[in-house]
Design a protein around this ligand. Structure first.
Ligand code: ATP
Ligand code: MG
Length: 390
């Protein structure tokens, strides 16, 4: 018998009639994520998903780490199977949880019996195993109300299980249950976090990056690929679309009054995002915009930006402080890449006096000299597609 991984379901269990499809989605997401670490059986029982290695070649530590990045799982623990006998269970618990039992000051044992033919009641089993552990670790106090360590035991048909301590999982909803959205991915700190936040709510992502050679370098593009790769253990396989943006930006510089450069550029990003979304059957556009962070992120500027699209624009960072965004970025694992120096198409041709309270009519006038349709069509035709895998 081999050590295995247990994943606790989060909000999935609140889904009532839809629960089955949420659980199935989560199972298939988990299966896919652990499959590259060996051959695992992944199945669900009583609000718990079991990830069981089929042989000794499985890399359990890597699978455990992968499970912690699967949205829909709120807690992950390891469990050790043993013979269904109180003495064998106590011995297994003492050796499997030696480090935890040695470090804790107080403990209790909690048992569950799925196999009702087991001769002891749950309470009797907890008492017997608790007594044996107390003798083996005499420094431990028994505290049934607020123990530092809870030893979980489970009697199932095939075996008894001792659970290790649970660690937090990714939370959220299973990827794919919330449909698909196009996410605008720059090389900054914010947009990887906004992408992650929507993926956490079950949204599959179609990332989009605008690049403007020679104003932006190959290194800047490489950085965005790196960010997408860092997101993919959480967000799954993705297809990154790289949209050429140089011609649009040069046209803007030639024909638009300087104060409106950024706003008009952002409207083009939105138009292109909407076209890509329609093509991918995506239902929303995600950005890393945050109220008040820069001139183009006032309420007036956001209204002008989204005026050109009909899909909802989701801005999960809208009310967050930079510090909170940075903290999340570190947790996700994108921060170190995000702070590498780079130039973004947003940082070329920036106006000296950007409008912070633009009016829609003046922005429409400012871009009237541009052939938006033709420019967008050429940018769409020049896209490059890159497959991103965990
Ligand atoms: P970030 O840290 O994500 O770059 P930011 O605070 O620098 O964000 P802006 O540069 O104004 O803000 O961009 C706002 C949002 O527009 C970004 O979060 C991102 O969603 C999108 N965006 C900006 N530049 C690009 C780009 N080159 N390609 C794709 N999306 C972009
Ligand atoms: Mg940026």
């Amino acid at each position: 018998m081999r050590e295995m991984i247990l994943c606790k379901l989060g909000e999935v269990i609140l889904k009532g009639l839809n629960r089955r499809s949420f659980e199935d989605k989560l199972l298939s997401n988990l299966r896919r994520r652990v499959s590259k670490y060996g051959s695992f059986r992944v199945y669900s029982k009583q609000s718990t998903l079991y990830v069981e290695p089929a042989d000794d070649a499985c890399d359990l530590a890597a699978a455990f780490a992968a499970c912690r990045q699967v949205f829909g799982v709120v807690a992950v623990s390891r469990a050790f199977p043993c013979e269904k006998d109180a003495g064998a269970i106590a011995a297994a618990a003492a050796s499997y949880l030696r480090a935890e039992l040695s470090a804790a000051k107080s403990f209790k044992v909690e048992s569950k019996r799925a196999d009702k033919t087991f001769p002891l009641t749950s309470i009797q089993l907890s008492q017997q195993v608790g007594g044996a552990l107390h003798r083996a670790f005499p420094h431990l106090a028994v505290d049934v109300h607020d123990p530092e360590l809870t030893v979980f035991l489970e009697i199932r048909d095939d075996a008894a299980f001792v659970h290790g301590p649970a660690v937090p999982g990714a939370g959220g909803l299973p990827l794919g249950m919330g449909g698909t959205a196009v996410t605008l991915l720059s090389g900054g700190i914010d947009s990887p976090v906004s992408s992650w936040m929507m993926a956490k709510r079950g949204v599959a992502l179609e990332p989009l990056h605008f690049f403007s050679p020679p104003y932006t370098s190959a290194a800047a593009k490489e950085k965005v690929l790196a960010l997408a790769r860092e997101l993919s253990p959480w967000c799954g396989r993705m297809r990154l679309q790289i949209v050429p943006f140089t011609e649009i930006q040069e046209e803007i510089r030639r024909k638009v009054p300087e104060d409106f450069f950024t706003l008009v550029m952002r409207r083009f990003m939105m138009r292109l995002a909407q076209s890509c979304a329609e093509e991918a059957h995506a239902r929303a556009i995600v950005t890393g915009e945050c109220l008040g962070q820069v001139a183009s992120q006032t309420m007036e500027a956001l209204a002008v930006t989204e005026d050109v699209v009909s899909l909802p624009v989701l801005r999960p960072l809208i009310g967050m402080d930079k510090e909170e965004i940075v903290r999340l970025s570190r947790r996700i694992g994108t921060f170190d890449t995000s702070i590498l120096p780079y130039e973004d198409c947003c940082t070329v041709f920036t106006p000296r006096h950007p409008k912070t309270k633009p009016r829609l009519d003046e922005v429409r006038d400012a871009e009237a000299a541009l052939d938006a349709q033709a420019l967008c069509a050429r940018a769409m035709a020049g896209r490059e597609f890159v497959r991103i895998k965990p």
